[in-house]
Design a protein around this ligand. Sequence first.
Ligand SMILES: Cc1cc2nc3c(=O)[nH]c(=O)nc-3n(C[C@H](O)[C@H](O)[C@H](O)COP(=O)(O)OP(=O)(O)OC[C@H]3O[C@@H](n4cnc5c(N)ncnc54)[C@H](O)[C@@H]3O)c2cc1C
Length: 570
Amino acid sequence: KIYDSLSELEKSQFDFIICGGGNAGLVLANRLSENPAVQVLVIEAGGRTQDDPDTQIPFLDINLLADRAKYQWNTTTTPQKGLLGKTINYPRGFGLGGSTAHNGMIWIKGSVDDYDNWAKVTGDDGWSYNALEPYMKKVERFTNPTEKGPDFVNGKFNPQAHGFQGPLGISIIGNEDRIDDLVVEVLKSKEFNMSVVDGNDKSSLGIWWIQSSVSGGTRSSSATSYLDPIDCRPNLSVVINTQVTRVIQTKKGDFRTVEVAGGPKEPRQTFTACKEVILSAGVVGSAQLLLLSGIGHKQELAAVGVKLTHESPNVGKGLSNQPQTLFSWEGNFTMNSLIANQTFFDESLARWNKNHTGPMNTVPANLVSAFRLPENSTLLKGIEDPSAGPRTPHYYMGLATTEYFNSGSQPTIGAVLQVSEPISRGSVTLNSNDPFDQPNVDLAFLVEDLDTQILLQAYRTAKAQIEHPLMKGFALDRLSPPPEVQIDDDIIIYMRNNTIATSHAVGTAAMSRNGSHDGVVGPDLKVKGINGLRVVDASVFPVNLQMNNQAAVYHLAERASDLIKHEWHL
Ligand SMILES: Cc1cc2nc3c(=O)[nH]c(=O)nc-3n(C[C@H](O)[C@H](O)[C@H](O)COP(=O)(O)OP(=O)(O)OC[C@H]3O[C@@H](n4cnc5c(N)ncnc54)[C@H](O)[C@@H]3O)c2cc1C
């Protein structure tokens, strides 16, 4: 049952208490409550998200991505050294489904190297690609697009790499962009020599058609796929509009009680887990809760008036996130914009309401291409390869006309460029000991020169595609930055001024080997050195995966559910 407020909850003891009803939290809620004898409580700070057209209709995601939008925590970063001291918005999901109710819906796993790296870092082969593959398939229900028949997806994905029975609907949306075929031709040409691959089949190196967490023309979030179908289980309680304020040590080394409140001025209340408390509050929220609970670096906690309960100096450290910059060129075509043309918008909305097809069923790009630096690149000389391995990109990009999303009258071709596995490291630290105060979030974008140089290389690759003879007459002058910005130093200044947060941060409670002083949690995701507390969300990823990370959070949470069930003989 879903409770709108704390006062409606009658019990104060549960077997498992899950803090955060987001991506990972709702997978755990579903899997742990499969056994009717197990009592599960989920505590979510935000409210319902599932009933809103903005979360359901793929195009209307733009309403969620605006600064200070609904369903997000409205977090602002600390001044970013690599971004000329600017602060930027760091969107993170708030409400059932967490970031999956709010994200760009791109569905991409880690590469085989990425998961094998988890196994290496933790010393647990259960985190390797091969061992996780059954979970990858268990999550997915790959479906045909509403827009086109099944023929449209032939050759665009490898059925062997997908699941067809899982709770989460995935599809290649099927709404074409006039630039798609051109991009494929350019990248297949002798200058680039790339092939079309399924980015979710072990490696994303190549060109691939974006798969989205969309099915039947509607977003699939962890709330719609893992919660809605089972929300009437009598052993599952989900309380919304309630914030966890800290986890309390009930006896030495034992953290099984959570303190919560409906708001800053509301009274605090406690709930106790007979078995475990699981933090799934996301990369910012889980680190913040650990720190508020006195689990962190002794001096840093003392500086904000939090009493140390367990020394764990790496909490909040090691944050890694992917810088993303948009470049654009003038396009030579007649534009059809959903934003600038109200009649087109109204007709498209009516069409979506009728059968979930048409322009509303669109995401900003249909194709992504993923690249490695050349083997002989001077950037890699004498340093450890920043990527997890040879089947993992250093950078990737999406080229699209984005015409439906264009708010002006100028036909535009956009290139979204992103560093895959940056080496800069940021942090989450407490601003104060008030749980309702936003923590300090430092994304450390473009701090390390290697990340900046990789982004510059991505720009050169995008420019080479735009200037390819096959694009002649279709792509015209560069718009952003304007043509007079030419030399590398000026391009880098443009990047520093225009980098945005991808919200793919990881690593603030990283997993590591048992016995190692690195990280925060062991391979079983339990906080090292204490009992009763696990972390299951993107904060345990040791480093970024090749691209976005919702898929890997689903994989992680599915395996974590089995680890927990196994431990408690459920
Ligand atoms: C705008 C945006 C776009 C993105 N685009 C993509 C994309 O296209 N593809 C992709 O793969 N990934 C994308 N991501 C990233 C991806 O969605 C997230 O990394 C992933 O879903 C995080 O999962 P999580 O379980 O770690 O946290 P979340 O899903 O964020 O869940 C954390 C939950 O905990 C709740 N919470 C936090 N603190 C507390 C507290 N103290 N008490 C109670 N509840 C609390 C939050 O409200 C939230 O519901 C995007 C993310 C965002 C924000």
